[in-house]
Write a protein that binds this ligand. Structure first.
Ligand SMILES: *Cc1c(COP(=O)(O)O)cnc(C)c1O
Length: 401
């Protein structure tokens, strides 16, 4: 009996990983306990965010940090901070800059992705540079750092960089180029954990603001994230997210988070007020971050490898080739590639996937390579007691009609 039965929603077997659409990661017991304990009392949120800032600074090496409502919200807040700094008049105008102050954020064309809506939501206009010539099979080059410098102008507010294993040009070059003009760089590193060293390594490039997801590998609440970096920018982000319904004479924000002497009066609710984070979420995220940094999940990879081998063995006589792959970062779990022989099966990987998703229980696998006929199994959220149902479901979907 699941609590979701009350609502007529069937829990799934999640072999796709901590994807948002499927509810993100599951919180470890200690994180859930922290969440419940935090719910029992009331605290001023600015003080709790100041404590969070210290904890985040400790593990990232940043000057300051903020718990946000996810990495995408961190992109909106980070952009709002870059556009406004401590200027509360600008904060009040967002998302409409109306040419009153610099509002252009420079981005490599090949870094554009759905999450940059978070950057645009703050009111920034994206200015694209460079080409990924290789995708057209016509060239050899990708975007280069000089192309950023070539479009910087008095209208430029900063740079947005989407980080992945193979992002070009190297972040450190983009940072150098932006800093030469005094421009800040905001990095989307939502999914770049593990490895744990990225908590520090990305900021060590000199990047001004970095966004991480809290509900993926860190295993905090799904609706949390981290924005960390320069103290003045984090202060601006905090001013634009926290509830501002107070009298200026009484308002007493922690100085390490917000320097009250830099604002002439009480700001109104900012653009990030709709991205609020609860005390329970902040405490749970900090607990999860501690757990993650301690390396409590490092043993999982060995168990996961055994599960993947069991699944592969269970599919040995099916029209599919299974192969276990090790993660590239050396910390995350291995994953299983299931390359379907579509001709022999007489059905496509899309049809297999549809059958699995509609099955009893529903099974969700990684589907990024579905049009190559390949499904991937990410064991992060797979429970041992689900393996038998998973193999049975896969065997049914991979047997000829
Ligand atoms: C998951 C993800 C996000 C969004 O993160 P949330 O914490 O769900 O808001 C943004 N960018 C990238 C690259 C991601 O993988």
């Amino acid at each position: 009996m699941s609590i979701y039965d009350r609502y007529g929603v069937r829990p799934i077997i999640n072999a796709a990983g901590a994807v948002t659409r499927l509810g993100g990661a599951r919180m470890p017991a200690g994180v859930l306990e922290a969440f419940c304990e935090a719910a029992r009392e009331s605290v001023p949120l600015d003080q709790l965010q100041a404590a969070a800032s210290r904890a985040i600074a400790d593990v990232t090496g940043a000057e300051a940090g903020l718990v946000t409502a996810g990495a995408c919200a961190a992109l909106t807040l980070g952009t709002a901070a870059i556009l406004c700094g401590y200027d509360i008049g600008r904060m009040e105008r967002l998302p409409h800059c109306d040419g009153a102050f610099p509002d252009e954020i420079v981005v490599a064309r090949e870094h554009r992705n759905g999450y940059d809506h978070g950057v645009r939501a703050a009111g920034a206009r994206l200015v694209e540079v460079g080409f990924h010539e290789i995708v057209a099979n016509a060239g050899v080059r990708r975007v280069e750092a000089w192309e950023y410098a070539a479009v910087f102008s008095p209208r430029t507010a900063g740079v947005y960089y989407a980080l992945a294993d193979d992002s070009r040009p190297p972040l450190v070059e983009v940072v150098a180029c932006a800093h030469e003009r005094g421009l800040p760089v905001l990095v989307d590193a939502a999914g770049e954990l593990p490895p744990r060293k990225n908590l520090q390594a990305i900021l060590a490039t000199g990047a001004d603001l970095v966004a991480f997801s809290g509900g993926k590998a860190i295993r905090g609440p799904q609706s949390t994230g981290i924005l960390c970096g320069r103290r003045d920018l984090i202060a601006s982000a905090a001013l634009q997210m926290l509830d501002m319904d107070d009298h200026f004479a009484l308002w007493d924000p922690p100085a390490e988070l917000i320097d009250k002497s830099r604002v002439p009066g009480q700001p109104r609710h900012g653009i990030g007020r709709g991205h609020k984070v609860s005390k329970e979420e902040i405490v749970a995220l900090l607990t999860a971050l501690e757990t993650f940094c301690r390396g409590d999940f490092d043993g999982d990879a060995t168990q996961h490898r055994t599960i993947l081998k069991d699944v592969a063995a269970g599919l040995a006589d099916c029209p599919a080739r299974c192969q276990v792959h090790d993660s590239r970062d050396g910390e995350s779990s291995p994953w299983l590639e299931i390359a379907i022989d579509e001709a022999r099966l007489g059905r496509s990987a899309v049809e297999v996937c549809r059958q699995l998703r509609g099955g009893e229980p529903p099974i969700h696998l990684g589907q990024a390579r579905i049009y190559e006929g390949t499904l991937t199994l990410n064991p992060l959220l797979l429970r041992r007691d689900q393996v038998e149902s998973l193999v049975n479901g896969l065997r049914r979907a991979l047997s000829r009609p």
